[in-house]
Ligand binder design. Structure first.
Ligand code: HSE
Length: 440
């Protein structure tokens, strides 16, 4: 075996993912040390409530105080699995200042404070691994940062929140309602401690921020992401989309266009024939378009204890392998050299052009649809498909579903506002953006 002593790891947080990491490191210890070239030992761990942890803590010094772990002189790598921005940010910055490498699964921390954290890591000559922060077990950071490094990347589109995908899948395939599907996702350990992060799109926006930076070589800019969750999507929307040949998925999209970069997270209709449309349940998938590779799809478990641990442990092994490498010759955190990041602007959502699905409830009398189509025509908006659904015999309103050809968001918003002012239409109009995800 290796001539070097074991590398000592300190863990912050022994919840779902922390438990998974202890199990995977123990179960696969022999193969992991053959890969890393050194044995890896967890020697110190901090958790808020040590009585309730299910982690295998045999042989680990335990504390409720995270600072004891980050200040432990024996620990070389701090693995941060607490989630949330504070105190995680304070602990990570302290660990870096103490010259320790950091591995984290914390997407909010990287999306909001990654620029500061990477600068601190660079100053200290240490690494920060964050593979587990995006799409759980799928090695998408490594794939984009290293495997696709020869490409000019054009766009990424991903199902990057397992809970939202689970809920949408249950609504479509089992006719389950929203609260029931969410409760199941929570029971299975997929949902965030605060599930509104999953439902309202915040969690996906954190992950998209990170993906966009490594895709385009831009600083992390969470505050510029357009965010919409799945809370307004109804059973009817799911059913109409299916009838029209589409599926509704909650997508994170980062796309380069001629004026800058689009960063957006929202429910999206995608054609059923796309592989991405068939990613179901808690599974995640990220579709990447590069000029050389074309489209490449990465699929796998996006949440859960051991899939996330798979990514955390891979980062630990990466750090161990490079412990002796010159810091200037390591893979840069954001894929591009830190002094070569681009100032490509992130476009306001008003400037983004997309196709969309509209669902309206219209009074069932002559001339109503003519008013709607006149507004669209006056705004220069063209209709791709139009379906008026039958209303139940006693209803005075009928659902109308339209697919709209690509148009700038600003113009679509003007048209929706004018349609919602019609006395014959019940506001609000439901709009779901639509992406064909073809090659351009
Ligand atoms: N709550 C997240 C999800 C967990 O559902 O995808 C993984 O980040």
């Amino acid at each position: 075996m290796s001539a070097y002593p074991p590398v000592k790891i300190g863990i912050l947080g022994l919840g779902t993912v922390g438990g998974g990491v202890t199990r995977v490191l123990a179960r696969n210890a022999e193969e992991i040390s053959r890969r890393a070239g050194r044995e890896i030992a967890i020697t110190h761990a901090a958790a808020r409530n040590l009585d309730t942890t299910t982690a295998n803590t045999a042989g680990i010094k335990l504390t409720e105080e995270g600072l004891e772990v980050v200040n432990d002189p024996d620990v070389s790598i701090v693995v941060e699995l607490m989630g949330g921005c504070e105190p995680a940010r304070t602990f990570v910055l302290r660990a870096l200042a103490n010259g320790k490498h950091v591995v984290t699964a914390n997407k909010a921390l990287i999306a909001l404070h990654g620029n500061e954290i990477f600068a601190a890591a660079r100053a200290a000559g240490v690494m920060v691994g964050f593979e587990a922060a995006v799409a759980g077990g799928i090695p998408i950071i490594k794939a984009i940062r290293e495997g696709l490094a020869g490409n000019r990347l054009e766009w990424v589109a991903g199902i990057i929140n397992g809970t939202a995908n689970f809920i949408l899948t249950q609504m479509r395939s089992k006719g389950r309602d929203f609260p029931e599907a969410l409760a199941e996702a929570q029971k299975l350990g997929y949902a965030e401690a605060n599930p509104s992060f999953d439902i309202e799109g915040m969690d996906a926006a954190h992950k998209l921020t990170i993906l966009a930076s490594i895709t385009f070589g831009i600083p992390l800019q969470f505050d510029k992401v357009y965010i919409e969750g799945i809370g307004r999507v109804t059973h009817d929307d799911v059913a109409y989309a299916t009838k029209l040949g589409y599926r509704i998925k909650h997508l994170g999209i980062a796309r380069r266009d001629e004026n800058g970069v689009q960063l957006r997270v929202h429910p999206t209709l995608i054609p059923q024939r796309q592989l991405l449309a068939n990613v179901n349940g808690v599974m995640n998938a990220v579709l990447v378009k590069g000029d050389a590779v074309g489209q490449s799809l990465f699929y796998g478990a996006g949440a859960g204890a051991e899939p996330t641990a798979s990514a955390v442990v891979a980062d630990i092994i990466d750090v161990v392998r490079t412990l002796t490498a010159d810091p200037e010759n390591r893979v840069p955190h954001l894929a591009f050299q830190p002094d070569a990041l681009s100032d490509l602007p992130v476009l306001p959502i008003d400037e983004v052009e997309t196709a969309c699905y509209l669902r309206l409830l219209a009074q069932d009398r002559p001339g109503v649809l003519a008013d709607v189509t006149r507004i669209l025509a006056d705004c220069g908006i063209s209709i791709e498909a139009f379906v008026q659904k039958e209303a139940p015999p006693t209803a005075s309103e009928v659902p109308v579903v339209m697919l709209i050809n690509p148009v700038k968001e600003k113009r679509m918003n003007q048209a929706i506002a004018a349609i919602e002012k019609l006395a014959s239409i019940r506001a609000p109009v439901m709009r779901i953006r639509l992406e064909y995800l073809d090659s351009d």
